[in-house]
Design a binder for this molecule. Structure first.
Ligand SMILES: [Mg+2]
Length: 117
């Protein structure tokens, strides 16, 4: 995560830029879908416990960017649909990016599973 130091009213707060996945992170599907399987995003069920965890980071002043691979293989633009979905679920965020590439495994040194937040 990229860190910034900002001062507000004499206090110094360290803020972070936090990228958050959507599917299987803040919403889930009734039946298990293989990693390379097609999801029907209309049937996504929000997980309000996980949404609240990320909303709290937003409220603490961090930059929250939702980053999804929706449409990365199909070429379908899911941005507006996803924005409406996030808004209807009460998700707080600064940006929604739909340019995450498709992958099977993400090896990264700064990532956390939602369970660790
Ligand atoms: Mg996911």
């Amino acid at each position: 995560m990229q860190s910034n130091v900002t001062g507000t009213g004499g206090s110094i707060m360290k803020t972070k830029t936090i990228f958050v996945d959507i599917d299987e992170t803040i919403c889930f599907y009734e039946r298990e879908i293989p990693l390379d399987g097609k999801k029907d995003y209309n049937t996504a069920i929000p997980n309000h416990t996980n949404i609240a965890k990320v909303n709290k980071l937003y409220e603490q002043g961090h930059m929250v960017v939702y980053w999804t691979a929706r449409g990365s293989r199909s070429g379908i633009d899911w941005h507006d649909f996803t924005k409406k979905q996030l808004d209807s679920w009460g998700v707080k965020y600064h940006k929604l990016r739909c340019d995450k590439p498709y992958y099977d495994i993400f090896i990264e040194d700064r990532s956390k599973r939602i369970e660790e937040i």
